[in-house]
Design a protein around this ligand. Sequence first.
Ligand SMILES: CC(C)(COP(=O)(O)OP(=O)(O)OC[C@H]1O[C@@H](n2cnc3c(N)ncnc32)[C@H](O)[C@@H]1O)[C@@H](O)C(=O)NCCC(=O)NCCS
Ligand SMILES: Nc1ncnc2c1ncn2[C@@H]1O[C@H](COP(=O)(O)OP(=O)(O)OP(=O)(O)O)[C@@H](O)[C@H]1O
Length: 207
Amino acid sequence: MTYIIGLTGGIGSGKSTIADLFAELGVPIVDADVVAREVVAPGSPLLAQIAEHFGQQVITAEGGLDRAALRQIVFADKDKTEWLNQLLHPVIRQRMLRQLQQQTALYVLWVVPLLIENKLTEYCDRVLVVDVSEAIQLQRAVRRDNSNIQQIKKIMQAQVSRQQRLAKADDVINNDRPLSESEKDLRAQVLQLHQYYLALAGKKHEK
Ligand SMILES: CC(C)(COP(=O)(O)OP(=O)(O)OC[C@H]1O[C@@H](n2cnc3c(N)ncnc32)[C@H](O)[C@@H]1O)[C@@H](O)C(=O)NCCC(=O)NCCS
Ligand SMILES: Nc1ncnc2c1ncn2[C@@H]1O[C@H](COP(=O)(O)OP(=O)(O)OP(=O)(O)O)[C@@H](O)[C@H]1O
């Protein structure tokens, strides 16, 4: 079985940014956000269930999921977040585990925002956390998603705290500094971790 590195971090912490650097080194990626989009593709049974539960307001004119509309609805109410999680998470989990099983590389990077929340660390050989201060996280997520502060704060509340996440980390990449200053350092850190993971995976493989 391929060695599994779980990469996690809060909303807007920089998981995709860091995952891209691993991908540049040829590391295969299994990405929860990609799988989460696939399972609610137009025409899927899960999309139909979401429309039935929340109404046609969450469906676009083209018949796809109106993600901004659903985001607004689900994160405003814990019960609604919970309902959506219970519907989607088992399916997302099953698909991701299947993708992990199909890997043939020495190690795979498994990018999951809710790795700790959903107790998926048990499938990981190692956990890599992208860490940022909450103020920076908020600022970047608001800017990227063209969203308001309150909504991002609500999403952050649906995730574990920075401390809880760090407590589960084997390795940490801090992403507080602006990319214009830190890109070279981040690349160097990723390369060092890559070599380390190859060595660890190689050892496990020999056993
Ligand atoms: C509500 C949805 C439609 C909003 O879509 P949108 O395109 O605006 O956001 P996107 O999917 O890119 O998510 C952005 C970030 O929000 C956070 N987030 C998303 N869903 C959740 C959740 N259920 N609980 C906590 N945080 C979440 C993650 O950090 C994620 O990276 C979407 O987030 C969704 O379907 N969520 C439920 C599935 C899920 O839990 N996905 C997270 C990975 S398993
Ligand atoms: N060091 C940095 N300096 C400036 N901007 C950054 C930095 N790292 C990431 N960003 C930007 O912040 C935003 C969030 O980063 P990214 O999408 O990588 O986070 P993420 O953890 O994958 O987010 P999510 O969980 O919401 O999908 C993006 O617009 C990205 O370009």
